[in-house]
Design a protein around this ligand. Structure first.
Ligand code: FAD
Length: 310
């Protein structure tokens, strides 16, 4: 059997992806450690939507229940941050506390950061009446006077999508020039009834801690109760890079090349959830983690059988 004084698996990140991987691994009787810095991406939101049977639950409660579930199967959970990793036969992960933990397989489920456009007042309202994703928030803000803050020509797509939830949509071009919109963009925006508003957005107007308007640099205020703004996704891929995993470039950042199970191009190194792709909602992240956990259990079993047979 392979000699190992550490864990069979270390999971970095205890969001939906990491906890789901850990649940399968714990139930498969694998010595598993989950290290988590405790900053899940959807923390600004009071409600998590679209997860069948948990629709509307608070993100914090969802993760607390998940931690309880994995702990039942002997998985260790540690509030810490992995600050460095190396491959020394096994993986060696250095924690911010100074401890080094070793594992035969490493799951990177570290998520991503949403870097918001630097409009004054916007970050404070993120996840409330400044939102980014109609699938997460669209129902809750349906039929309201809605704005979309353009951060690139791709924001046209966001504005068109949003019309499924409100027929009163204004696209604030902000730093996007009118000339950057194609004829097809303009035709679709007109067909969807979206009003295009040129000019830089200078700030938000609020009353009683609610969004009431969007203020342009020329002083004009457009009454709006919800504003969609697309953040720049910054994937937490530093550990993957240090271990030499191949990355693929996307319009939403660099993510690891993985197979259908979540295995990266580095043997024993796995990625799941938003660390593996921009579009993973909570239920998809959980599914990715689950697949990776089950695949790792199989790999460990076969490696040990092959070792003992040789
Ligand atoms: C405002 C907002 C609202 C959203 N609402 C919804 C919704 O309603 N429904 C939905 O399906 N999706 C929603 N999402 C998307 C959702 O947040 C993601 O799908 C989900 O968080 C992805 O899970 P994950 O496990 O990949 O990452 P995360 O949940 O982000 O978890 C990653 C964890 O890894 C930890 N970590 C990172 N680096 C390290 C490190 N080096 N060492 C240790 N730990 C580390 C982080 O601290 C974090 O705890 C929303 C997103 C935002 C921004």
């Amino acid at each position: 059997m392979t000699e190992n004084n550490g864990y069979e698996v270390v999971v970095v990140g205890a969001g939906a992806a990491g906890l789901s991987a850990a649940l399968v691994l714990g139930r498969s009787r694998r010595r598993t450690l989950v290290v988590d810095a405790g900053e899940p991406r959807n923390a600004p939101s009071a409600h998590m939507q679209g997860y069948l049977s948990r629709d509307g639950m608070s993100p914090a409660e969802f993760l607390a229940v998940g931690r309880e579930e994995v702990a039942r199967y002997g998985v260790e959970l540690l509030r810490d941050r992995v600050v460095d990793v190396a491959r020394e036969g096994d993986f060696a992960a250095v924690l911010a506390s100074g401890r080094t933990v070793r594992a035969r397989h490493l799951v990177i489920a570290t998520g991503l950061t949403d870097e918001l456009p630097p409009v004054p007042g916007l970050a404070e309202r993120f996840g409330r009446d400044v939102v980014h994703c109609p699938y997460c928030h669209g129902w809750e803000v349906r039929d309201l006077p809605t704005g979309v803050l353009a951060t690139s020509p791709l924001s046209v797509h966001q504005a068109l999508m949003v019309t499924q939830w409100s027929k009163d949509v204004r696209l604030f071009l902000h730093e996007v020039g009118e000339a950057e919109l194609t004829d097809q963009d303009l035709r679709r925006l007109a067909a969807a009834g979206v009003t295009v508003v040129p000019g830089e957005v200078a700030g938000l107007v609020t009353a009683d801690d609610r969004l009431t308007g969007v203020r342009l640099a020329d002083g004009t205020v457009h009454e709006r109760e919800v504003l969609y703004a697309a953040p720049r996704a910054v994937p937490h891929n530093d550990l993957l890079i240090r271990l030499g995993a191949e990355l693929r470039e996307t319009p939403f950042g660099s993510y690891p090349v993985i197979d259908e199970r979540g295995l990266t191009t580095v043997p024993g190194l796995w990625a799941a959830g938003n660390a593996s792709g921009f579009a993973e909602q909570v239920i998809n992240a959980a599914s990715r983690g689950y697949r990776a956990g089950a695949a790792i259990n199989g790999e460990l079993l076969m490696a040990d059988l092959d070792d003992s047979a040789s």
